[in-house]
Design a binder for this molecule. Sequence first.
Ligand SMILES: C[S@@+](CC[C@H](N)C(=O)[O-])C[C@H]1O[C@@H](n2cnc3c(N)ncnc32)[C@H](O)[C@@H]1O
Length: 352
Amino acid sequence: MRRRRSSECECLVHRQPPGTKGKAPDSARLPLVSAPGGLTVNQHSNRDAYHLPVMADEVVEWIGPMARDGVVVDATFGGGGHTRRLMKAMGEHIEMVAIDRDPEALENATALGGSLTAVRGNFADLGDILDSHGIEMVAAVLFDLGVSSHQFDVDARGFSYRRTGPLDMRMGDDADFTAADIVNEWPVEDITETIRTLGEEPRARRVALAIVAARPLKTTTELAAVIEDALAGGRPGRRHPARRTFQALRMAVNDELGSIRAGLDAAIDALRIGGRCVVISYHSLEDRIVKRRFADGATGCICPPELPVCVCGREPELEVLTKRPLTPSEDEIATNPRARSAKFRVAAKVAS
Ligand SMILES: C[S@@+](CC[C@H](N)C(=O)[O-])C[C@H]1O[C@@H](n2cnc3c(N)ncnc32)[C@H](O)[C@@H]1O
């Protein structure tokens, strides 16, 4: 059994799911409109405008049948697009838990009704979240990684280099620091390392030196201009020069890769035999973690080949159901360009 981190999740909408241990529900309500650090955020009126779900047909195909045998967890609720599609497809046969670290995302849950428990929390704490709702095992867990379109679109969240906003980038107020803390306070070596590893920016040191020289930086567009200047004269690319650095800052602020590792471990722990873990990732750093975790879980005996019999006793806990990741159709990419880089992987639990 892997260790679970402590959870500080809050439950927004609760209906007791099946298979529970009968513990009392945590029914603390979140304010309906809130944002990290007391920021003012834009209200959203249209759920598709909030976020268009990616590969939703595939989500229904791979997760829908699981719903007959237990609770389904949407670990990245966002605009609720995937949850809504699953609830529509499965009708009364589905009991769902929806998690998001962003309180604003969970506003979308109130409209869904049905058998949905919405929880504010980090999916890294999935084990504790399920424990606190008396859920011992689940039939499926969905991770649709990264940020929602809505988070990018709200200037005040500070995710976009195209929109002027504060250097915030926290998905939820559980993050320990903001992007402003990194660019204005971290040593140049640490900024370089972050931009190099999480942004895969080949000229990371040049960018980091420019950032440190421009301190104090207050807004996203100020930072974007500093990066653009620092990289001017280089090989022109198709993408904005600030894209990699912004990605790196966002991933560092939200400890995205650490959360994915912990979340996958917790999800695999919680799955019943035959249950499925589905992950949609959007860049290679995320996808590599998923691919390796699934491959590791699907590995049996690791004894040296020269040993005549197995002494390690290791059995695979997973079967990888998508040998290669599924990708969105051309039609979907045409209507939703954000889907372009999606990779969809599924593993089934075969043993505890
Ligand atoms: C790509 S969006 C999900 C969109 C959703 N599937 C839909 O159809 O609307 C990702 C969501 O996951 C949330 N998120 C990202 N990392 C998280 C984490 N570690 N724990 C909980 N929520 C997280 C973000 O706040 C965001 O709302």
